[in-house]
Design a protein around this ligand. Structure first.
Ligand SMILES: Cc1cc2nc3c(=O)[nH]c(=O)nc-3n(C[C@H](O)[C@H](O)[C@H](O)COP(=O)(O)OP(=O)(O)OC[C@H]3O[C@@H](n4cnc5c(N)ncnc54)[C@H](O)[C@@H]3O)c2cc1C
Length: 469
């Protein structure tokens, strides 16, 4: 896309020397997301340093009908933050912690700050910001809100949407909406902040957020071997009977994923070698570490007696707990290194997980008998990262020829079990059209009406989530 000369000179003047880039390396960098699956292109990278600069730039874009893709850490997985001809508006220069209020349990932070910065700011006042995921060093507050990110503590604290108290947003008209309220009760009409959570930058640019903080907790972390996915689901219920909502994380890991991680990272040690097909990584969080460990031990004792757990190890130190998590968090990277992986992010009701796993694997093997199924993730939320994999040294690669067919199977089975084809990664361009055939027509029509009303010039991350074309 060639930008109008007047737009370019006004944008450069507005943003200052540090506020824009047009060199090939910078443009290539923001056009290539983490996984490298989507390749985009952009003529201009804007790096505003303040909310006012964002607003002024949006007004300029509106005047010249220049489309914008807002971008944070560029770790999104659904082709939402990759530009396809739009200019990129990166929030990376806006990372200030504006306020921390430990008595109100709230934190106000700019949208370009990486998640770790919010976690550290909370920690400094003995509070917890609980969102946690593998990309937390890079993914930004604005991106996490815009994708309504999940992660490993949703079971207890909810998704990003549940952690927002207020937002500051530059609307597609260039107007600034200051909704940075720290209030927990504020019944004054439509709750606008929820429009922007999960909107993937299609309705405006989030420039800052007020987030909920929680009391700090101590953890007990266990690595548990189970005989079947059914046992894993029952184990979750039993653990919650003992620990209530102090079960923070409940992640499922198949044995073949551990083998895959070890083949790519030979230093990684399996905490509990076993022939059983499933492991659970379970975390209980309480005010005292001793109490959390007591509850974990009691829950595991009941699980052994009920035949739901075959073996278990409770971490003796934070370092050991971290080593369990390293295995879990390394699965996505190791899958990439291992070979071809057809990836999916689905959810079904927790009770339906065993049925879904059986049916999906059977159907995939009818199409591609050698496909290795790696299904791991947030089983406590009913959310599985479900991949069909094939090693790169496969002599007669067949998986990639069946990618569309395999995705159809996984999505159809998820829907048949009452699930969703996008649990936490969002829609982007990747799932936009498929979702239009799945969600109720009234929902799509309402989404399009909202988009058309807020973005009359269609400049704000067009064609993600829904298309008005
Ligand atoms: C290793 C790895 C592990 C991951 N694990 C998880 C996980 O467990 N759970 C999970 O939910 N996701 C996970 N993700 C996905 C990813 O980290 C999330 O989607 C994240 O929320 C994206 O944040 P970002 O800052 O990188 O946003 P980007 O990728 O830059 O953008 C994502 C979307 O948000 C929009 N956007 C970005 N900033 C703004 C803003 N300020 N205002 C308006 N719109 C904006 C973009 O236009 C785009 O539509 C993982 C990714 C990786 C690479």
């Amino acid at each position: 896309m060639t930008l109008p000369a007047e737009f370019l000179s006004d944008a450069k003047a507005l943003l200052g020397d540090k506020g824009w880039r047009m060199d090939a390396e910078s443009l290539e960098d923001v056009a290539t997301p983490w996984r490298g699956t989507f390749q985009g292109h952009t003529p201009f990278l804007a790096l505003p340093a303040s909310t006012q600069q964002v607003a002024d730039l949006v007004k300029l874009c509106r005047t010249h009908k220049v489309a914008i893709t807002p971008q944070g850490g560029n770790t999104g997985l659904v082709d939402a933050g990759t530009p396809h001809g739009e200019i990129v508006l990166s929030l990376r220069r806006m990372q200030t912690v504006r306020a921390v209020d430990p008595f109100n349990n709230s934190l106000t932070i700019e949208a370009g700050a990486p998640l770790v910065k919010a976690q550290e700011a909370a920690d400094q006042v003995r509070r917890l910001f609980p969102l946690s995921l593998g990309s937390e060093g890079t993914a930004t507050i604005g991106g996490l809100i815009s994708t309504n990110a999940g992660g490993v503590a949703v079971l207890r604290y909810g998704m990003m949407r549940d952690l927002i108290l207020g937002l500051e947003v530059v609307l597609p008209t260039g107007e600034i909406w200051d909704g940075l309220s720290g209030l927990r009760k504020n019944n004054t009409g439509y709750d606008l902040k929820h429009l922007f959570a999960g909107a993937e930058g299609t309705l405006g640019i989030i420039t800052a957020a007020t987030l909920k903080l929680f009391p700090k907790v101590a953890k007990s972390t266990a690595w548990i071997s189970c005989e079947s996915a059914g046992a894993v689901v029952e184990l979750l219920a039993l653990t919650r009977d003992h620990a209530g909502d102090t079960v923070t994380s409940f992640e499922i890991i198949p044995a073949n994923a551990i083998t895959m991680v070890q083949s790519e990272m030979p230093d990684v040690r399996d905490p509990q070698p076993s022939d059983l097909p499933w492991r659970v990584l379970c975390e209980i969080s309480m005010a005292s570490e001793a109490h959390a460990r007591d509850v974990m031990e009691t829950a595991l004792q009941s699980a052994f007696e009920a035949g739901l757990a075959a073996d278990a190890v409770i971490a003796e130190s934070l370092t050991q707990a971290k080593s369990f998590w390293t295995i879990r968090e390394s699965i996505p990277l190791c899958k990439r290194a291992y070979g071809t992986a057809i990836n999916h992010d689905i959810s079904v009701p927790v009770s339906q997980i065993p049925g879904f796993l059986d049916r999906a694997e059977q159907a995939i093997h009818e199409v591609s008998p050698s496909a290795e199924i790696i299904a791991f993730g947030h089983v406590g939320d009913g959310n599985l990262h479900y991949s069909a994999c094939e090693p790169k040294e496969a002599t007669a690669p067949i998986l990639s020829n069946h990618a569309a067919e395999i995705t159809r199977i996984v999505h159809e089975e998820a829907m048949a079990f009452g699930g969703s084809i996008s649990a936490e990664h969002g829609v982007g361009r990747l799932k936009r059209d498929e979702l239009e055939t799945i969600r109720p027509a009234a929902a799509t029509a309402t989404m399009k009406a909202i988009k058309a009303a807020l973005d009359p010039d269609r400049i704000m991350n067009p064609n993600r989530v829904v298309s008005l074309d």
